[in-house]
Write a protein that binds this ligand. Structure first.
Ligand SMILES: [Cu+2]
Length: 286
């Protein structure tokens, strides 16, 4: 008994030390809360389900270990005789049935909410390619491709001899970000051009398969400006690990400005570098 007490005390102290370690401040095993209303609701739902599982786990294992300890042979306990008991079988069928129903109702409500793309303010078509993403702002007439950034791509090459730790956001950076306005309901139309990919950004709680020949719908409404990273979440080929997603959420005014810049790239180039205009004009046949 003393040994058990000492072991438990040791375990408790070890846990305290682990929790107190400042280096673990960033260390998290739980899913992120995210930056959309949906992502927060998904988090709450996840926690409810988690605690239901904890209660079930503690209950089942508690009864099991108590039975093993209290009804062990060395105590002279005689085996019970409820083998093939209908009452027990009915109880252990009905209880999980109601637990599953209790979990399925909020989960189904959540799924319906996530799929409801009606009354969107704008639409972005997302196409998965081996190995990059194509983004088309359907209402604005702007489209772009988004690939792994050059820095990560150089370092990732076999025998590059370069240190991945020297690259900030290694393998999670792209050349062209998906710029989106905050506070707007954005409908995503997701498809693929070759094989199955999946568009996944945890902070937005959006994860949807991109399947050739199909168009999947999902939506988001981002609450907070910032940069949110994700990855392709479907094994799609040898470079599956090298097609990250970067969403840049900006204010509506900034978004409009960015769209204008995308529509008239030469105008911006002219404004920022007048010398290049001369070169451009000279090169263009009159
Ligand atoms: Cu992919």
């Amino acid at each position: 008994m003393h040994r058990l007490k000492a072991a438990l005390q040791g375990l408790f102290c070890a846990l305290l030390v682990l929790i107190a370690q400042p280096v673990l401040a960033d260390w998290a095993v739980n899913m992120p809360r995210g930056v959309t209303q949906i992502s927060n609701e998904v988090y709450e739902l996840h926690m409810i389900i988690f605690w239901i599982c904890v209660v079930i786990g503690v209950g089942v294992f508690g009864v099991m270990f108590a039975s093993i300890y209290l009804h062990r042979k060395s105590r002279g306990v005689k085996p019970a005789t409820f083998h093939e008991s209908h009452t027990v079988e009915i109880i252990w069928t009905i209880i999980p049935f109601f637990i599953l129903i209790a979990m399925a109702i909020p989960a189904a409500k959540m799924l319906i909410k996530m799929e409801d793309t009606r009354n969107a303010d704008m639409t972005v078509k997302i196409t998965g390619y081996q190995w990059m993403w194509g983004y088309e702002y359907v209402d604005q007439g702007v489209s772009l491709y988004s690939r792994l950034d050059n820095e990560s791509n150089t370092v990732r090459q076999v025998k590059s001899g370069l240190d991945p730790k020297s690259v900030p956001n290694y393998l999670l950076n792209v050349d062209n970000q998906l710029v989106l306005p905050v506070g707007k309901k954005i409908r995503f139309l997701i498809t693929a051009n070759d094989v199955i990919h999946a568009w996944w950004v945890p902070d937005l709680a959006v994860k949807k398969d991109a399947i050739p020949g199909f168009v999947n719908e999902v939506w988001t409404k981002i609450d907070k400006e910032g940069i949110y990273r994700g990855q392709c979440a479907e094994l799609c080929g040898k470079d599956h690990g090298f097609m990250p997603i970067v969403v840049k959420a900006v204010s509506e005014a900034e978004f409009k400005l960015w769209i204008e810049q995308q529509k008239n790239p030469t105008q911006i180039a002219n404004a920022s570098a007048p010398t290049s205009t001369v070169a451009l004009n000279a090169a263009t046949p009159q």
